[in-house]
Design a protein around this ligand. Structure first.
Ligand SMILES: [Zn+2]
Length: 401
């Protein structure tokens, strides 16, 4: 239904009409319940508090490379390869200090590249991610074991060869390597931990993947230990979870997300449902923390407006002289995946026609409101706490840089 609307030039002239249409489309596919999270704009109490350091993290959802995307990367091998898929978003990724994505599938050299249901990506993908500035990827997801234990091993070799930090998987026979990894940028040491709800029924006989639910006690213990480790500024958990094509999390994800925060995670950045899901702020022991349940498909070959809609999430952290770290704000940039015979890639929705970009903007607003949305002018100087910029005539606050 959504596809039809996009292909047939609709009589959609006002953003409101586009919004109403996309919203009603999405609403019709939802089962609403009392536990559903209302759309909310998010401001953080300590946004403007004096600090000595700041870091901005960028998070995007699933790298789910179906055949048309793999072909496009091969065609453009000499001019960016896989990076051509997100070339239109590159300048927005550059505005952050740390860039995260979910690598959904093996990159195993001894297997031929393949698409759904058992993915495998050509090796240049890792080098292209590194060249694009990605600093950290999750490798725990339902496609981790698509090429079996060897696929996991070879993916790890490829990641290590290109020094791209990853979290959530380990090699065959390896019972000691940590599931987490630590990135260090702008004076912030951030521990990342990925886990998955499933490996699509493929048994994990070698215990190579961290499982969010089966290994819940271990996962929570890791988070707790990391959050109490001197020198680690923040713990971010990136679970692969949720019900496909639903815009709201189930009670199961909400309960586990809260447990991650209670164990010491500052933020939880989820993915897998192929569509965007809500976000919320949760206060734990007096401290504001953050969950976004699903970032959607960053790049994929899936059709339909909701599956081609995603967000680039910006998460800002501040640190003071005492080493105290807190969230200063979040922003979202609506993205749309374009799948045309001669153009394949993800694009900021505001750069598209209303007909093409409108649905993603509408879905973003349906879940997050428009208050945190990134505007074109933010390309000059993106802030996660724009409310802290002193207005003309006001004295300059210590909380702004
Ligand atoms: Zn998935």
């Amino acid at each position: 239904m959504t596809d039809l609307l996009l292909r047939k030039p609709p009589l959609l002239k006002s953003p409101l009409a586009t919004w109403a249409l996309a919203t009603s489309l999405s609403l019709s596919s939802l089962s609403w319940s009392a536990s559903q999270i209302q759309a909310q704009s998010l401001r953080f109490a300590r946004a403007c508090e004096p600090h000595t350091q700041e870091v901005t993290l960028a998070g995007v959802g699933d790298l789910l490379l179906h055949t048309p995307l793999q072909k496009a990367a091969a065609t453009h091998r000499a001019h960016g390869g896989f990076a051509t898929l997100w070339a239109n978003v590159q300048s927005w990724l550059q505005l952050a200090d740390v860039r995260y994505a979910n690598l959904e599938g093996p990159v195993a050299a001894s297997f031929t590249p393949s698409s759904y249901p058992a993915f495998n990506y050509a090796e240049p993908l890792i080098a292209d991610l590194v060249r694009s500035g990605f600093n950290i990827v999750s490798t725990a997801n339902n496609h981790s074991l698509d090429k079996g234990p060897q696929g996991v091993d070879e993916t790890i070799s490829e990641l290590q060869e290109h020094r791209l930090p990853f979290t959530g998987t380990r090699r065959t026979q390896d019972r000691t390597s940590p599931w987490h990894t630590v990135t260090e940028q702008e004076g912030f040491k951030i521990a990342w931990l990925a886990c998955t709800f499933s490996t699509n029924g493929i048994p994990d006989r070698q215990q190579q993947v961290l499982h969010c639910y089966e290994d819940q006690a271990e996962t929570l213990a890791i988070i707790e230990r990391l959050s109490n480790t001197p020198g680690i500024d923040a713990v971010i958990v990136t679970p692969h979870w949720g019900v496909e094509y639903k815009h709201h999390p189930e009670a199961r994800e909400r309960a586990l997300g809260r447990k991650f925060l209670e164990a010491g995670a500052l933020a939880v950045i989820g993915a897998h449902p192929h569509v965007l899901q809500s976000w919320e702020k949760i206060t734990i022991r007096g401290e504001e923390r953050f969950i976004i349940y699903s970032l959607g498909n960053f790049v994929s070959g899936q059709s339909g407006a909701a599956r081609r809609a995603s967000t680039l999430l910006y998460l800002g952290l501040s640190k003071n002289r005492a080493g105290d770290v807190w969230i200063n704000g979040v922003r979202n940039l609506p993205l749309t995946m374009i799948l045309r015979p001669n153009e394949v890639g993800v694009v900021p929705s505001h750069t598209l026609s209303e007909r093409e970009g409108g649905p993603s903007i509408a879905i973003n607003r349906m879940l997050f409101t428009a208050d945190n949305e990134v505007k074109p002018e933010d390309a000059q100087a993106l802030r996660t706490n724009p409310e802290c910029i002193p207005r003309p005539g006001e004295p300059h606050s210590n909380g702004t840089r």
